[in-house]
Design a protein around this ligand. Structure first.
Ligand SMILES: C[S@@+](CC[C@H](N)C(=O)[O-])C[C@H]1O[C@@H](n2cnc3c(N)ncnc32)[C@H](O)[C@@H]1O
Length: 326
């Protein structure tokens, strides 16, 4: 399979799992054949600890490609976003891609669908090994003309030159529950520097508290049942939370767990829903980045109702903090 055929599977409307698996395997082989980087050395496995979270090492960033449904939904979402913009204006559509990893996995397939005068990519990546790999890869695949620049910078503090020229901001620097990695800090740094109408991918990431319902029949899938939404990362939330000293600050909010919800108190989880773009979504459990995160068991399970407090905190170990209010 060549990149064009791989791309056709990635942007197909239907999800044929066997075909997708084959296409992603071929995609990975294509990306690694020039250079055996992903021969995992200690250096390539090393994460970079930032004040805004962890930037995962080159080996781990490369492996993200194998999160099949994630890879498909993001590539298709990006394709839809570019197509929508090309209806309205002439290219090039400029994509700021923050956290490319060694492959720029989510954007490279678009080089088989659009010309260089239709899309231009500005790549940001903190990891020097990933940056170096990407620079060589695009030359070996003859797609360097699609890349306006590749910069080795921290996207959570980066000042964007010529910010008004950017049309799409793309970043997938997250883990389930928006924990550990700096997705929130990156979006909160970059979005306010960009035009209001830029398209942000993912458009929104929603966290909710809920439970997992296990079916009676083992063959049936588990059901993820959200109770209430506790955090939503979208353009509106990002523009609201800006503080003058630049630090992330989100409101602490209290929620009431009712008696029926308390019946599930041992199985409380944080659920992640991602709206990638348009109809492209990732629901809880569909991808590694939407797996449920177990919340601490409640101390007051005998009560009629329990108040819990949640806040999203930035910093070196970002994530949702959970507390029972006594
Ligand atoms: C989860 S990987 C995803 C790689 C690729 N975009 C994909 O979707 O397969 C995240 C990448 O973002 C990079 N990254 C994380 N934080 C960053 C930051 N603050 N600035 C620039 N790059 C960052 C990591 O080094 C890693 O290569």
């Amino acid at each position: 399979m060549d990149l064009h055929q791989i791309t056709q599977v990635l942007i197909a409307d239907d999800l044929d799992f066997a075909k997708l698996q084959q296409a992603v395997l071929a995609y990975r082989q294509l990306l690694t054949q020039q250079n055996q980087l992903i021969s995992s050395t200690e250096e390539s496995r090393a994460d970079i600890e930032l004040d805004t979270g962890k930037a995962i090492g080159t080996t781990w960033a490369a492996l993200c490609i194998d999160d099949l449904v994630r890879t498909k939904r993001f590539v298709k979402g990006l394709y839809e976003a570019v197509s929508q913009l090309l209806y309205k204006k002439e290219g090039p559509i400029v994509i700021l891609y923050a956290g490319t990893g060694p492959f720029a996995t989510l954007a490279l397939p678009l080089t088989t669908l659009f010309r260089e005068n239709q899309i231009q990519i500005r790549a940001l990546e903190i990891n020097p090994i990933s940056c170096q790999y990407l620079r060589r890869l695009i030359v070996s695949l003859h797609v360097e003309g699609y890349f306006e620049s590749i910069e080795q910078v921290d996207a959570s503090t980066y000042s964007i030159p010529k910010a008004e020229t950017i049309d799409i901001l793309l970043s997938e620097t997250m883990q389930r529950g928006l924990e550990k990695e700096p997705q929130v800090a990156i979006m909160c740094n970059l979005v306010p520097q960009l035009r209001h109408e830029i398209l942000m991918i993912p458009e929104s990431i929603q966290l909710s508290v809920g439970t997992i319902l296990y079916p009676d029949e083992p063959a049936q899938p588990v059901i993820y049942q959200p109770f209430f939404s506790v955090f939503q990362l979208d353009k509106e939330c990002i523009r609201k939370q800006q503080r003058s000293d630049g630090a992330l600050a989100f409101p602490t909010q209290q929620y009431k767990l009712s008696a029926p919800q308390l019946a599930h108190s041992k199985n409380l989880v944080l659920l992640t829903h991602i709206s990638v773009f348009g109809r492209e979504k990732l629901t809880p459990g569909e991808s590694g980045i939407t797996l449920p995160v177990k919340l601490p068991s409640l101390q007051h399970q005998g009560e009629k109702e329990v108040i819990i407090e949640l806040v999203y905190e930035g910093g070196k170990d970002p994530g949702m903090r959970f507390r029972e209010v006594i």
